[in-house]
Design a protein around this ligand. Structure first.
Ligand SMILES: [Zn+2]
Length: 68
């Protein structure tokens, strides 16, 4: 099964399929690993998500920390 490659790196800001209850849908990747920690850009709430789940829930990368 081939899925669209969604690459992301530390400090990238991503948009999720579901927006946070605070109304913001921009999350910054603040920790990479087997689990990804993301922080809501609106309210500062942070959550830890297994990488597999994160890759499913991510819609797109809004801001790349390293453009090149
Ligand atoms: Zn929020």
């Amino acid at each position: 099964m081939i899925m669209e490659a969604k690459s992301f790196e530390l400090n990238d800001v991503v948009e999720m399929k579901k927006q946070h209850p605070c109304g913001t849908n921009a999350w910054k990747v603040i920790r990479m690993g087997a689990d990804i920690r993301i922080k809501c850009e609106g309210c500062g709430h942070s959550v830890m998500i297994p990488r597999r789940d994160f890759e499913k829930k991510i819609k797109k990368v809004l801001v790349r920390a390293n453009e090149e």
